[in-house]
Design a protein around this ligand. Structure first.
Ligand SMILES: [Zn+2]
Length: 91
């Protein structure tokens, strides 16, 4: 199977998928430079996605549930929550 993913370090396409991180992201080993990296490590979420995920967190009151459903890292959700609580003092 051919993957169109490349090593984010050296740009080689000679990568071997290597399981997933605790956050559910695909890990790989680059056979060209030998590094271990995570695919989509710089993944970012749109404001809409953030809102949706935070809302589902409030409904479930469970970071694990949100993580399972959306695949978003728990630490990422916590970061958003911190940001959100700081920015909503004028409500
Ligand atoms: Zn590489």
């Amino acid at each position: 199977m051919v993957t169109n993913q490349c090593c984010s370090k050296c740009g080689s396409a000679a990568i071997v998928l290597n399981g997933r991180t605790a956050a559910g992201k695909q890990k790989y080993k680059c056979t060209a430079c030998g590094c271990y990296r995570t695919l989509g490590a710089t993944q970012s979420y749109s404001d809409e996605q953030k809102e949706m995920i935070l809302r589902s967190y409030q409904e479930r009151a469970s970071l694990r549930g949100v993580h399972r459903v959306h695949g978003v890292a728990i630490t990422t959700v916590l970061r958003w929550l911190k940001k959100k609580s700081r920015g909503s003092s004028h409500s």
